[in-house]
Design a protein. Structure first.
Length: 303
């Protein structure tokens, strides 16, 4: 191994080991490795995939970010279908994904500064674009979520706000990001319509209910338990945060209480290296975009 690679790997391992006592105590919601998706059927390898989305109907879509494409799969009964490659017009760098109630794919492309709505055949149905002010640099989408009513909640990093769009694309709500935060990495919405935003630098979560005019702390800073959370989702009464720089998954209870860590840094099966996005379906199958390992891993959370 070249010296510079060895130094980098050693530094990452030290950072991960600092959190290992927490990981060792984690007993809830185990992530048991099932398989990894490394390439499509044409043997085109995944390149730095940053996004993955799934639904309870068995649809799974991967943002093969480095290759500028989407890969659509079916995963049901433990069987994974062959991939359908999609290259929607105008999508250059697909980063984060969501599926709406109709099976359409919403794709955040930070280079285009848009969220594209794409049908399962790859046709672009439209796009959500934050309205900028005097210059184009006054609005920049960095994360989004779709709720059960197909409203789209978007984090605008430059405007320091969360903007909610209805299914027709009209703005329903705007909520300023918490004061003093500088690295809001994600937004999440639960079944009751409560909003949550993730503060990556402070390793904390903020929340706002449907009628709130401001976010309030949902958790304290958890820097002793995670390094830099970059993504948040929910499943069966728990919250799951992708600890991007800590190379693992942090589990929180419905009240925001820490319940443990899963997974760790590594390059073999079941290990992570700068993970990006996570989705969990009703069957308990979890899909993780393992970005710097150039793969998407599938885990069983029911065992």
């Amino acid at each position: 191994m070249p010296v510079n690679h060895f130094v980098r790997a050693s530094a990452l391992l030290v950072a991960a080991l600092a959190l290992s006592p927490v990981a060792a105590r984690a007993q809830t919601t185990p992530f048991v490795f099932d398989r990894a998706i490394l390439q499509d059927e044409k043997e085109v390898a995944l390149k730095a995939p940053e996004g993955v989305a799934c639904d309870d109907a068995g649809n799974v879509v991967i943002a093969d970010s480095g290759n500028g494409r989407l890969l659509l799969y079916r995963f049901a009964g433990g069987s994974l279908s062959a991939a359908t490659e999609l290259k929607p017009a105008g999508v250059v760098y697909p980063r984060r994904l969501q599926l709406d109630s109709k099976g359409n794919i919403l794709v955040l492309d930070p280079k285009a500064r848009k969220i594209f709505r794409v049908d399962p055949k790859g046709a672009v149905l439209g796009a959500i674009e934050l309205k900028a002010g005097a210059t184009a640099l006054q609005a920049f989408p960095v994360a989004f979520k779709v709720d059960s009513a197909d409203n789209v909640h978007v984090v605008d990093a430059v405007g320091a706000r969360v903007v909610t769009f209805d299914p027709a694309g009209s703005v329903k709500r705007q909520l300023d990001l918490p004061k003093g935060t500088t690295a809001i990495t994600d937004v999440h919405v639960d079944g009751s319509g409560n909003l949550y935003v993730v503060d990556g630098s402070q390793a904390a979560v903020w929340s706002a209910d449907k009628t709130a005019t401001a976010f309030k702390p949902f958790t304290p800073s958890m820097r002793d338990k995670m390094n830099f959370p970059g993504y948040m989702t929910g499943s069966k009464g728990r919250f799951f945060l992708v600890d991007q720089n800590g190379h693992g998954i942090v589990v929180l209870g419905a009240d925001g209480a820490f319940q443990g860590r899963q997974l760790a840094i590594g390059w073999g099966d079941g290990y992570l290296y700068y993970p990006a996005q996570l989705c969990i379906n009703a069957a308990g199958s979890a899909f993780i975009a393992d970005r710097s390992n150039n793969r998407v891993q599938i885990f069983d959370t029911n065992r």
